[in-house]
Design a protein around this ligand. Sequence first.
Ligand code: TTP
Ligand code: MN
Ligand code: MN
Ligand code: MN
Length: 406
Amino acid sequence: QVNEAEAVVFNIPSYACQRRTALDNHNTVLTFVSQDALSLLAENAELSDEDGRGVAFRRAAAVLKALPEPVTGMTQLRGLPCLGGHSLRVIKDILEDGASGEVELTKESERFKALKVLTGIFGVGVKTAERWIREQIHSLQQLQDSGQTLNRAQQAGLEHYDDLNQPVTKAEADAIGEIVREAVMSVLPGAQITVIGGFRRGKLTGHDVDFLVTHPEEGREVGLMPKVVSWLESQFSALQGFLLYQKTTRNSYLESKDGPARPASNMDRFERCFSIFKLPEEETRGTKQTETLTENTPEDTCSLAANWQVKGGEQMKPAGHKAWRAVRVDLVVSPISQFAFALLGWTGSKLFERELRRWAGHEKAMSLSSHALYDNKQSRYLRATSEEEIFAHLGLDYIPPSERNA
Ligand code: TTP
Ligand code: MN
Ligand code: MN
Ligand code: MN
């Protein structure tokens, strides 16, 4: 038993962008439980439209994630940043009793469960979920029975609910990457494609796959997205395209009345595409499902191209098995002049991004967005062609993507 005088006192900088947060932190089960508990309270606050409280819990959870050693007693937490009374109470309950009553109650509450299920539908936000709950809709079945009018995104979200709520593996992300590469290179040779989001941070699974596309010649990237979408939709026939859903938005950065002089808004204005890909299972079978390969019937192993060419190719699968799975994919296009900012702004984690912007604003009188960095004291934009330069402008030590998992 460690006595108070000997207890480790951690020295953790206050902003998440000042510290390294790897994926695997070396913490005890208890610290993990506390982290999860705080993340759950954050999620509950976000689902209740209490973003301020949500961020407070996210910051507290991130501090636990950054600790170099397991927490065994409350005295170790003395003087740590971002741990408010509420978070400390939750951690204390877990350290002393193994669980937090508030967290357990939240987890079991009908409202929380319904909000999770309903916002788990692609295209459904907190506002919509709350309206449905007020109308006694708590489950997918009740939603379907209610005859509610769903928009195109929500229809796709409901239709592919199970697939979209199953984590995307690295192998699937790689397979999607190959398809995206082929599409982009077909319509704009010389373009550059970078994985962003969680997979760039080294995560092994994700809720989607994110890509940033640019071209070394400024301007060549303009209007790229509709061409990529057409290519994806037309492979190999109109009925067997790669896209189950897509919504493309054009770049509105230069034409908007408040930009580029006001980069403070964290609303991103790149040309982008929210989509749902139809990923053929064969694409990932080699790495993911080797054990099932030997069990395949002969007609099951027909070539991928044949599958696509034959209308209703799924019917070659045993009943109940479809030959593909739905995967959420985000595509973003940036001009090369903004590439470093886009890369930094889209790599995440969400908390890391938020903390970078807070640091820039509060500590440096700068405005950071995924388009630019503005220095309010010098009244000018600071140029950068790499993430390293942006960290340097901000007076921060460089943190590589794999350690931005705050
Ligand atoms: P997500 O894909 O939502 O998150 P993720 O990739 O970190 O995690 P997951 O495995 O669950 O997919 O977002 C990726 C990053 O993009 C994240 O840092 C937030 C950032 N981002 C937006 O999502 N929208 C925007 O408009 C901007 C500017 C950034
Ligand atoms: Mn409180
Ligand atoms: Mn992602
Ligand atoms: Mn995304």
